[in-house]
Design a protein around this ligand. Structure first.
Ligand code: ADP
Length: 170
């Protein structure tokens, strides 16, 4: 992978200055806990109003909105799978989240996009496996497409940062 096109940072995704941040949303797209709650608080109530018009989102799929009061111009909402021991196609569904977010970024001519660890909080997907899927799918997409120009993985905490760092150093 072209390393300049992939970056790793530690911190809060709501304050990252990019064209789009990805939200780990739920099927309703009407807000929730974790990163979803933080994004809605930072974006302001207009985000919820736009989300209400979207009629939810299937697991593994993604939808785009404006970023409102965020520094990011857009939010790409994706619905990760709830971890059920790996028996319910969770790996494929998580890969699909990254694929559909990156495809939406490309269609909307988004140059920079930041991802949290989709499904790795309340949804319980094992963090190491989730990071491997995130890096693999991103690598695959960037090798075939010139947009987005840059993908930033936002690690929330030291342990998660190390997991990504090891994968990206390979
Ligand atoms: P899910 O329901 O998809 O598991 P969560 O929001 O519970 O979503 O967690 C997804 C990941 O986002 C977790 O790794 C969590 O630590 C991380 N996270 C939570 N808040 C933030 C934030 N403000 N910025 C970046 N990452 C965050």
């Amino acid at each position: 992978m072209n390393k300049q096109r992939v970056e790793l940072i530690k911190g809060d995704i709501t304050s990252v200055e990019v064209d789009a941040i990805v939200n780990a949303a739920n099927n309703s797209l009407l807000g929730g806990g974790g990163v979803d709650g933080a994004i809605h608080i930072a974006a302001g109530p207009e985000l919820l109003t736009e989300c209400e018009s979207l009629n939810g989102c299937e697991t593994g799929q993604s939808k785009i909105t404006k970023g409102y009061r965020l520094k990011a111009k857009h939010v790409i909402h994706t619905v990760g799978p709830v971890w059920c021991g790996g028996y319910r196609d969770e790996h494929t569904l998580l890969a699909s989240c990254y694929q559909t977010c990156l495809a939406l970024a490309k269609i909307n001519r988004i140059k920079t996009i930041a991802f949290p660890g989709i499904s790795t909080g309340i949804y319980g997907f094992p963090k190491d496996m989730a990071a491997l899927i995130a890096v693999t799918e991103t690598k695959r997409f960037l090798s075939k497409n010139s947009l987005p120009e840059k993908v930033i993985f936002v690690a929330y905490g030291d342990e998660n940062f190390e997991t990504y760092r090891k994968l990206l150093d390979q």
